[in-house]
Design a protein around this ligand. Structure first.
Ligand code: SAM
Length: 277
């Protein structure tokens, strides 16, 4: 019988954020697949756990993924962790989950720390609808294509960024969305120097040009304002009435339906239709 793959989130800065269930899962797993075994060893030492570790990271994932799969198929349980936060979210793991799903191996995700969601919730930006954009590419062309595809995005956007690339990214974001677009820069979340700067792209650029950014950042950028639909005109109302009458509705029913669809008073629609005749 096949074992199981567990996705175990780890703290993004505050060791107190490891959950009871995450700890138990690490303790009960047969082995742990880790992005950087040295980083995970520190966490295991803190938790006073000893477990066999294998490395699973971006550049060995296709080769190591097969080996991990074989062990799980032979009945072992594997806990996958990344350096910090939720595995498989801009972290190795996505492919391993796909491989397990394809092989019919059960995968269980333990909920826990995730920089994107922590930042979004503290950002002060709209949280009802959002999209996760991860890291922008370092290649100029795909970076440009990525940003161009977001020009009309109305949902709140979440980006991950490394401090040494932040100025470039703020420049590109400002060129794409305009310097007045609101942004929340969420820095060093859950750590001693946690900071949230709620400002505009233009002001953020100015600020970090003067004082180079330090620490880890999540950028929460407001979406484009929803385009307000132009109010329906008398001509729109008359055209709709005539279209509905052409489909066989009586004038009375066509006026009633048009008024409801366009949010106009029935007598205004009626007069518009008469004038058009
Ligand atoms: N899978 C992880 C997660 O979901 O939390 C994210 C891993 S990704 C390789 C690392 C990026 O997450 C960093 O470059 C930064 O953008 C963000 N990040 C991680 N920890 C953070 C923290 N404490 N404060 C702010 N951003 C953080």
């Amino acid at each position: 019988m096949a074992g199981m793959l567990y996705l175990v989130p780890t703290p993004i800065g505050n060791l107190g954020d490891i959950s009871k269930r995450a700890r138990e899962t690490l303790e009960n797993a047969d082995f742990i697949a880790a992005e950087d075994t040295r980083v995970t060893l520190k966490l295991l030492n803190h938790l006073e756990l000893k477990k066999p570790l294998v490395s699973y990271y971006e550049h060995n994932k296709s080769f190591k993924g097969e080996k991990i799969l074989d062990r799980i198929l032979a009945g072992e349980t594997c806990a996958l962790v990344s350096d910090a936060g939720s595995p498989a979210i801009s972290d190795p793991g996505e492919d391993l989950v796909k491989q397990c799903a394809a092989a019919g191996i059960p995968v269980c995700a333990i909920p826990g720390p995730c920089a994107a969601i922590t930042a979004l919730s503290i950002s002060g930006q709209a949280t009802g609808r959002f999209c996760f954009e991860g890291f922008l590419s370092t290649a100029k062309k795909s970076r440009r294509e990525h940003l161009d595809s977001l020009k009309n995005e109305t949902r709140t956007m979440i980006f991950y960024e490394a401090p040494h690339k932040l100025l470039n990214t703020l420049t590109d974001l400002s060129e794409t969305f305009g310097s007045q677009r609101p942004i929340s820069l969420c820095r060093e979340l859950t750590k001693l120097h946690e900071e949230v700067i709620r400002t505009t792209l233009g002001e953020a650029l100015e600020r970090y040009t003067q004082a180079p950014p330090k620490g880890e950042f999540v950028l929460i950028v407001a979406g484009a304002p929803e385009k307000t639909k132009a109010a329906p005109t008398a001509d729109d109302a008359a055209a709709r009435v005539s279209q509905l009458m052409g489909q066989g509705l009586s004038r009375k029913d066509a006026v009633k339906q048009t008024a409801a669809e366009l949010g106009l008073p029935k007598n205004a629609v009626y007069s518009a239709a008469l004038e058009e005749e």
